[in-house]
Structures are given as C-alpha cells and as structure tokens.
Design a protein around this ligand. Structure first.
Ligand SMILES: Nc1ncnc2c1ncn2[C@@H]1O[C@H](COP(=O)(O)OP(=O)(O)OP(=O)(O)O)[C@@H](O)[C@H]1O
Length: 289
C-alpha cells in the first residue's frame, strides 16, 4: 500500500478547476515526481496533501488512513513534512537556530522543556552537514544564497523526521554541482524508507532521481510511469509543446483547450522535436503558458 494516496481529488476556485479528479500515489522508499506545465495544479495538489487546501471532492490517505479533514499540524505530527516554493525561514535567526526551532516545534513545547528529542547542537549540526550547508551554520538566514536557503528549508523539514517529504521546487537556486549532490541526498533519504514527492521543473534532476513520475495537465493526471516511459509519452509531449512530435501537421490542429493557444511560445529544445530531454541534456523549461 502506498504511503500517500491522492484519490479523485477535485479543487475548484470559483469557475476554475485547478485539480480535476487527480489520482496518484507516493510510496515509501521511492522518489516520486509531480510535473506539469505552469498552472497545471501541482502546488494546489501539494496544498491538498499537506492540508492547506480543502478539496472540493476526493480524498487523501496517508499511511492507510484518510486525512482529508485532518489539520496541517496533525498531518505534520503524523509524519508529513513540506518545503515551499517561497522560503519560510526566520531571516533574523542563524541557519543553525532555524533548524533548532523547527526541531523544537516538532517535539512540542513539553518535549523542549524536558530536553527530549534531538535538537541538541550536535543533532542540528549533523542535519546541516547532511544537507551540505554546515559552513553557513552561524550566518543569518536572510544573508545566505537562495540555493542554500532551499537546503535550509529541507534541513528544517528533516528536523521533524518526516516519513513523507513534499518538496516544492527544491532545486531552484542550486548550481549544477549542488543539484547533483541534492539528487544524491534525495536518493539517500528514500533509501532510508521515506517517501519523497517532488514538484520540480529541472527535468535532468527529475529524470535522474525519480523512480516514478506523475504528469499533471489542466489539473488531471495525464501520465504516470518511469522516467523512461514519461519521456516517450505522446500526451506528455503534447502538454509541454502543444503538439506531439510525431504529429506531422501540428498547425492544422486547433487547440483543444483554450489555454493551449498560449503555449505556442514555448521554447523548443534543440533542433529535433524531443520534448523531454535525455538525462544529461538541458533542463526542460518550466512549460510557461
Ligand atoms: N487561490 C486561488 N484562487 C483562484 N485560482 C487559483 C488559486 N490557486 C491556484 N489557482 C489556479 O489554479 C490553477 C493551478 O494552479 P497551481 O498553482 O496549482 O499550478 P502549478 O502547477 O503549481 O503552477 P506553477 O508551476 O506555475 O507553480 C491555475 O490556473 C491557477 O491560476
């Protein structure tokens, strides 16, 4: 049984259907990618999973139990950890203290008073070391580079020792070497038995580390599979380009969805019509609409 199950979730904002009968899962011990063009509904799905957004319909199950109506903090207590696209750290605190506070919040006030848990300096420093930002331990969080701040977010999240890690664009701001190290870290975290669900626009990273990928388009899951399968999926290619590469006369096909008309300015990736790059090729652009 998957650790996380998203079951026919629908989210409507007025007349906008942001998530449309989405079904997907994330399993312990695996890195799962959630990708799709801008506005596809990825962040809304994360909000539903973590409890920030109540779905119009559908259910979220975590560790076999329905959590659709469970508040955010209780989901966190049960083992869900999340990082955000926007950075959440306390700017005036040091990097180390940010992680210490996150650990203390997770243990609860009583645990902190009794000195329970692992938010000792040694434990916090080990986390900083693990995510590769130990050199910044004494820096103020508002003075560190964006990529480092993303890793701080991850360290704060790991301070709660989550079973499920929800990572929203975790690699933005990281350089190539940092991204490679980050990919290795994700694999290690999954190997410990955690489930990782990641929204990410860097296709090299997604294709390189994910065991399984779910692709959202206009709120619906249009494909699920291994990186290999997703790379060759015609529906995925159409979602990103507006037409499938084997479509001989794309211009003759009117957009099936009004928003597709705005996708024609997507940059093509090289001279051929391969949409999803092979591992090692350039990152796929976010898929602007
Ligand atoms: N609070 C809201 N009120 C109204 N519409 C919203 C709200 N939040 C999201 N939407 C709309 O829902 C759709 C899905 O948005 P969402 O942010 O989930 O997509 P996304 O895939 O995360 O996009 P991106 O890659 O740009 O972050 C979009 O059309 C967006 O404009």
């Amino acid at each position: 049984m998957p650790l996380l199950e998203v079951d026919h979730v629908v989210v409507q904002f007025g007349g906008v259907t942001a998530v449309d009968e989405a079904c997907f899962a994330a399993e312990a011990g695996r890195v799962t990618g959630l990708i799709g063009p801008n506005g596809a509904g990825k962040t809304t799905c994360f909000n539903v999973i973590s409890g920030l957004q109540k779905p119009t319909r559908g259910a979220v199950r975590f560790d076999g139990r329905k959590v659709t109506s469970v508040p955010v903090h209780r989901r966190s207590k049960r083992g869900m950890g999340r990082t955000f696209q926007r950075l959440e750290a306390f700017g005036s605190l040091s990097v180390r203290d940010n992680v210490r506070v996150a650990a203390d919040i997770h243990r609860g006030l009583l645990g902190a008073v009794r000195g329970l848990g692992s938010s000792s300096r040694g434990g916090v420093d080990a986390l900083l070391e693990r995510v590769g930002i130990a050199a910044y331990a004494d820096e103020r969080a508002d003075s560190i580079p964006t990529g480092t701040a993303r890793l701080l977010e991850l360290a704060r999240c790991l301070a709660g020792d989550p079973q499920l890690l929800l990572l929203d664009e975790p690699s933005s701001g990281l350089d190539e070497t940092e991204t490679d190290d980050f990919g290795d870290l994700l694999r290690d975290l999954a190997a410990e038995g955690r489930a990782i669900l990641m929204v990410e626009h860097d296709m090299d990273l997604v294709m390189g580390v994910c065991d399984e990928i779910h692709v959202l388009d206009f709120g619906s899951v249009i494909a699920s599979g291994t990186p290999q399968a997703i790379r060759g999926d015609a529906a995925v290619q159409k979602a990103y380009l507006g037409y499938a590469p084997d479509d001989e006369h794309p211009a003759e096909h009117p957009a099936e969805h009004p928003a597709e008309a705005t996708r024609t300015d997507l940059p093509l990736l090289g001279d051929d019509t391969t949409v999803l790059p092979a591992v090692g090729a350039s990152p796929l652009p976010g898929g602007a609409r």
